[in-house]
Design a protein around this ligand. Structure first.
Ligand SMILES: *Cc1c(COP(=O)(O)O)cnc(C)c1O
Length: 641
């Protein structure tokens, strides 16, 4: 049997296989050299750099794998995209108000991110959203006082409110969005006491429910927001205090990553009617805040799958502008300032995680012995051998059933001490050989594959051991099955002929990446290149990890923060490594869990000293042993090659 002539594999094939242009939002691509590139527009001229060149630059500087790479330009570009797209929608439709976004700090609180957003967002008046006292402190120390917009969500105690009111005196437009009725008396009392008129918003609990993972944020049972009755009570209380001029903003947030634009449209419509009614009640109003929800197309499928989106940013902006105009027009109400709190799309693209593969396990049979060498073996093993020889496309299910039966019987025999380890190894090798052949036969069966055998390929997939901790760097993959785009960043001019899952370096069976994107949505294995990890470096990237991943991560197995490098692409096509942050050393991590590394070293010295006294080691050996321990404390928590 001759196989069809193997088409030459090109970088185009890789780009299509990993769908890089579908999820890459115009930023990521594959170069002719077969490497992943990242690029941005400069005055309509595109400049792109190869991630492998960045890796080389980083390693020369002594940073290690795994590493988080931040491409500064992508943060700027996304901020520009959001603001300019709203501006265009507003201009095109003759909307009378303007757009003013805020970045929700909880999506990525890192200093560098917030500083960059404040700096780059200044020309758009882009503000910040704070959901806690700590985030308010971050907002106040980063935004310009003059008119800086700070939306305060979350549960606010007296301390929170005092700080927000005092910030008003400096010129910040600090809006208290009332989440629960108990906040109002504190706001009233403290603003009277401090002599500051507060800016008040109300978070509405919309009846509109949305699809996606975060759908519990919407609807009657949402834990956030005010019921209609509570809203009326607040309006009445403000009226009684002659403070309806302070009520200026209506807020709603239906949850992150809303995949379906129709849900957004209907939520906007409902929110607009709240707005109309509050104006009619005599509130000053002026701001209509739709919270977050603008999605990121992680799958690149442009669908209403939870991890995709069936709309573009342009449609999102246009729909909001249109629905407000249509709803407010009949009531003759002035167009409000549109506020959104888009965090995920602002920062998701900006960070990517790079790691190396340090080992591979293959589920491949070793060469089999000849039939006559099996004469002494257990009959069940000979049965397996015959099964292998009789294997044909029309009998795959039967052969599979027999193989599993013989295998399980043989394992029972081993358990009772009736066959040796060598015999068991021979049996399992035969089983692997049979499964491999069945899997090959199934490739031609397509839809006719028996249901029981559909995941046989996955069961035979290689395990590539990646130098990363899923718990530290990709917590949402572990916790909520978030799928991130994953692909090798080089060798893309070669066909990735192995199917693999990626295991991480923690000793936890949940520490794995085993869902990936493919042409139909998601799949359980990833095509990777055959490698010899001892002889060559192989680098894999996980993309779109800038939102939520950095501070949700944990220290499972005491793997700490990775090294971080920031890269800026220049207009001439060169790049600079603008910042390097060393990740946690082992001593750093031990301090988080209340050990004192100095004490540990002392204790270890004593242990070694006692060994010297007993005469089991020499003083010189003690010194070597203690040095090794001390070096361990200074070291990186990940696999160092
Ligand atoms: C988390 C959160 C956001 C961010 O939403 P994304 O859709 O993830 O960008 C915005 N507003 C509020 C109130 C939030 O709690």
């Amino acid at each position: 049997m001759t196989s069809p002539p193997q088409q030459h594999w090109t970088t185009e094939d890789s780009a299509r296989l990993y769908r890089v242009r579908d999820w890459g939002a115009g930023y990521f691509d594959v170069s002719d050299k077969g490497e992943v590139t990242v690029g941005v527009e400069f005055d309509s001229e595109r400049q792109q750099i190869s991630l492998m060149d960045v890796v080389a630059g980083i390693r020369q500087r002594g940073l290690r794998m795994p590493m988080l790479l931040r491409i500064e330009n992508l943060l700027d570009a996304q901020l520009v995209r959001l603001n300019e797209t709203f501006r265009a929608a507003i201009a095109q439709r003759g909307y009378q108000g303007r757009y003013q976004g805020v970045f929700p700090i909880k999506v990525n609180q890192q200093r560098q991110v917030i500083e960059e957003i404040a700096r780059f967002g200044e020309r758009y008046g882009h503000g910040l959203e704070a959901g806690s006292k700590a985030e308010l402190v971050v907002a106040l120390s980063n935004l310009p006082a003059h008119d800086g917009l700070i939306i305060c969500n979350g549960y606010k105690d007296r301390e929170f409110i005092d700080l927000g009111l005092r910030a008003r005196k400096l010129g910040y437009r600090c809006v208290f969005v009332i989440e629960t009725p108990t906040e109002l008396p504190i706001i009233l009392e403290r603003s009277r006491e401090l002599g500051v008129r507060p800016i008040i918003g109300m978070r509405a609990k919309l009846a509109t429910t949305v699809g996606g993972h975060w759908n519990k944020t919407s609807g009657d049972r949402s834990i956030f927001g005010l019921s209609t009755h509570q809203m009326i009570d607040i309006v009445d209380a403000l009226k009684a205090h002659d403070m309806l001029d302070c009520l200026q903003l209506l807020h709603c947030h239906l949850g992150s990553q809303i995949p379906n634009i129709r849900d957004i449209r209907s939520a906007v419509m409902e929110a607009c009617h709240f707005y109309v009614n509050l104006v009619r009640e005599g509130a000053a109003m002026g701001f209509l805040d739709f919270g977050g929800g603008l999605a990121v197309d992680y799958l690149g499928s442009r669908s209403n799958h939870t991890q995709s989106m069936n709309y573009t940013v342009a449609e999102y902006c246009a729909d909001i502008v249109e629905v407000i105009m249509e709803t407010l027009e009949p009531h003759g109400i002035a167009h409000p300032t549109i506020v959104t709190e888009s965090g995920r799309p602002t920062v998701a693209y900006y960070s990517l995680l790079l790691f190396n593969i340090f080992d591979v396990t293959r589920f491949e049979p070793t060469p089999l012995p000849a039939a006559d060498e099996l004469s002494e073996e257990e009959p069940l093993i000979r049965n397996l051998f015959e099964t292998l020889q009789q294997l044909k496309a029309d009998r795959v299910q039967q052969c599979y059933n027999n193989t599993v039966f013989y295998r399980d019987e043989l394992r029972e025999l081993f358990k009772r001490g009736r066959i040796s380890l060598r015999s068991r190894a021979l049996a399992e090798n035969l089983v692997l050989q049979i499964f491999r052949r069945i899997a090959d036969l199934l490739d031609n069966l397509g839809d006719e594959t028996p249901p029981e055998l559909r995941d046989l390929r996955e069961q035979l997939a290689d395990i590539y051991y990646g130098n990363l901790s899923v718990f530290q760097s990709l917590p949402d993959h572990w916790a909520i099955d978030q799928v991130f785009p994953v692909m090798p960043i080089h060798r893309l001019d070669e066909k990735p002929s192995r199917d693999a899952i990626i295991a991480d370096i923690t000793c936890d069976s949940d520490g794995r990446i085993d869902s990936f994107i493919d042409a139909h949505g998601t799949c359980k294995t990833l095509p990777l290149h055959p490698i010899d990890p001892e002889k060559e470096d192989y680098f894999v990237g996980v993309f779109l990890v800038g939102a939520y991943q950095e501070t949700l991560g944990d220290l499972h197995n005491l793997f700490g923060d990775t090294d971080v490098a920031s890269v800026r692409i220049n207009a001439d096509g060169s790049f600079d490594i603008t910042r390097e942050t060393e990740g946690d050393s082992i001593a750093d991590i031990l301090r988080y869990v209340q050990y004192n590394p100095k004490d540990l070293l002392e204790r270890f010295r004593d242990t070694a000293e006692q060994a010297v006294r007993r005469g089991t080691i020499t003083v010189a050996e003690r010194r070597e042993i203690v040095d090794c321990f001390a070096a361990g404390l200074r070291g990186y928590s990940y696999y160092e090659s």
